[in-house]
Design a protein around this ligand. Sequence first.
Ligand code: SF4
Length: 444
Amino acid sequence: MALKALDIYKLLPRKNCKECGDPTCLTFAMKLAGGKTDVDLCPYLDDAAKAVLGATTRPPIRLVKLGIGERSFAVGEEFVLYRHEKTFYHPPGILFKISDTQTTEDIQAITTRVRDESFTRVGVDLRFNGIAIENTSGTPDTFARAVETVEKIADLPLVLMARDPAALSAALMHCGTYRPLIHAATPENYKEFCALAKNHSCPLVIKANNIDTLAQLAKDCTANGMQDLILDLLPESLQAFIVRSTTIRQLAITRAAPDLGYPVFLDASVMEMPDAAIALGIVKYASVIISYPLSPATARAALTLRQNIYTDPQKPIQMNPGLYRVGDPKKDAPVLMTVNFSLTFFTLQGYLESTRVPCFMLIVDTEGLSVLTAVAAGKLSEMLVKDSIKKFAVEDEVSHRKLIIPGYASPLSGRIEEATGWKVLVGPRDAAEISDFLNEEWKQ
Ligand code: SF4
């Protein structure tokens, strides 16, 4: 059972020496209780306290890092079953799969796509994470050549998928210190795979289609010195994946089965309905998802779903408040005020761009709340609008004193006029109607 911060505090040396990086032992205890620091950072803990604290304060699912450098990513370190209980912290990496029997040109094209492709949604750049290379040929040289081709194009996180340790060894020669994920050890070959992973400081996938076998395999691999493990549940159907991944998540976060406290792997490309498998993997606890290269439309759907599931439900995605330009607005351009909820900002900005009327967007800080919620919660007020006009020097940018406010903020129109001295025009409730509104209502 998880210890509370005060229970943990009683086990600490209470020197307040700051050597753990926290100002006091109590702060360290609170972070330990939340799984946000490591017990090993306190050098003064005796072995007995370490044993108690280590077992109860480590994150229930181990954090495992793939790759190094700018495109590296970490998975695991999750604490809840449902995102509304807290949040999910580490989005799954989605990696495109290639076979070492594909042509060099195909391998180069897929790798270049993963390296370069991104699309922006609500101000965030969304990308795929890396490449999984499968030793379909069964030949070490062919596998090594495919890995070398990928490595020459980009420093992306890799998954090396092979049964033969000799093929993995040959491929690993081209990976330097880039820590590819090795797939996958079984109860029969785990000693060889552990040795290989340890030699190259790589994380290791272990695979079994039975939870008890997987737990025993994890135990055997840790006894062989492996810490960074990822679990492949070998699901034969989508239903089997949901049942096994949910069971493992439950057992891990309740610490009922610490041997299963590792991120989960899903090769969606071998599932019956691969697109559905990707979606299920994102929603139901897969941390590394292997996919065939997706069509542009499916790619956007997958990345959008991942962004939505891994957005903190208690913290809306926010824009920085400020004065934004759409086009090249002059002194007589309209000023439209709205809130800093990203979805509101980008929706309105999109419609404004399509109107081709250069204008200013005055974005006020409602802590990411939408217009309607901010008005109801008292976060959008006449004083906030007045202060924002001053803070972002709007009066220096335009020669008029007219402000367009969202339709849902209409109850504030009189008060905003009084507080700011600006004439207020109440705009539409729906951003889609902003073009008609500007054409009909906006006059200098
Ligand atoms: S290093 Fe240990 S003794 Fe020092 S402040 Fe941190 S928890 Fe307290």
